[in-house]
Write a protein that binds this ligand. Sequence first.
Ligand code: ZN
Length: 451
Amino acid sequence: MQLDFHGAADCVTGSRHLVTWGGQRVLLDCGLFQGFKVLRERNWASPGFDPREVDAVVLSHAHLDHSGWLPVLVKQGYRGPIYCSPATRDLAEVLLLDAAHLQEEDARRANRYGYSHHAKALPMFTRADAKKALACFKPLREGQAARIDGLSVTLTPVGHLLGACAVTLAHAGERLVYSGDLGRNSDLLMPAPQALTEADVLLVESTYGNRLHPAEDAAARLGQIVRDTIHRGGSVLLPAFAVGRAQALLLVLQRLKAAGEIPPHLPIYLDSPMAIEATDLYRRHRRLLRVPGREMARLCDGVRMVTTGAQSQRLAASRMPSVIISASGMATGGRVLHHLKAMAPDPRHHVVFAGFQVGGSRGALLVAGAREVKIHGEWVPVHAAVTHLEGFSGHADQRELLAWLGHFRRPPRQTFVVHGEPDASDALRQLIAKELGWPVRVPPQGGRFIV
Ligand code: ZN
């Protein structure tokens, strides 16, 4: 078996692991590089393999750092199937079409204002490209196996995000397991990751490979922040990933209201068309969640859905204390930016980041204590309080990663630690070697291994 690591090998984005086995080439995930510019530039470079020579793609979950390069792969000639769970297919449709729309908008803006370095700015991919990629999707039900010639593919739910799965490839009595992104045992929406017990070769993520989630009760802390902020006449801004995190925050806010922890009539706004669409998908696939059906049915009770841009602008100008959930989650784009621009200079407000902030993003700067940030080309002073609530993370922490690995009945012949910042990956590598005694390594970007 040959493994080529073309992404998420020295960072947490751009997951692309190419497996050549049994005469087949299978690409595990096909993600976008995000964050620092030097990483984002890789999206425009050659992927390091010929997309026309890939036989199949298996997608672990819909997050763009795992799925967002699929339209380019298809544009560059890939014509095979893209296997994933049914819920991943539905979420990927929302995420890829939105990403394409943003690319088209950026290119249009760059051409209009002439700030592109190229003669004519082109989107990395268009909505038409995204639709072509979506037409290649082949949803696999839980427990169902797909055949890629002599290889079989099965998916196992691992929490983290609606539809997220670990991937098992099997051939000639051997197994390769790829964890995808592992969720938490106590996630608000998703059940705990299911255990896998057999692997000859293992790829495991390491986003939180060097950290433990804080023991604090994130919901109680959010309740306290909301109470304090509205008491001084301010509003709470929750930049949130439209898919997954926005729904978890709605659930927490509804529970805080029901428990009398925050005022029952406090206005809550969901200002993201994608989050509104994703909320519908979470409700449609509610049997995959751990939340009781009656609670999911009431998830949006009293929540004001902000659909148009004009409504969103009016909300940004409003002085009424409220809670606003808006995307993007790392404040890298989207409607959250005009809320941030309006709220950051006022010390009455509170900005609460409830997710992982990748290095180089505006969110990472803010949680690190930046006193000003650049938004739409303008420097905006930051006087509002800024909090990073890591308790809402959708990733297993170091202890949970190790617990999941502990289910394997025998040591894999080789374990590769992927999808982490270098210090996180290396910390998990050391722990696996010390606690489990397994052969383990962190592959470099572009690294090739025969195992
Ligand atoms: Zn993910």
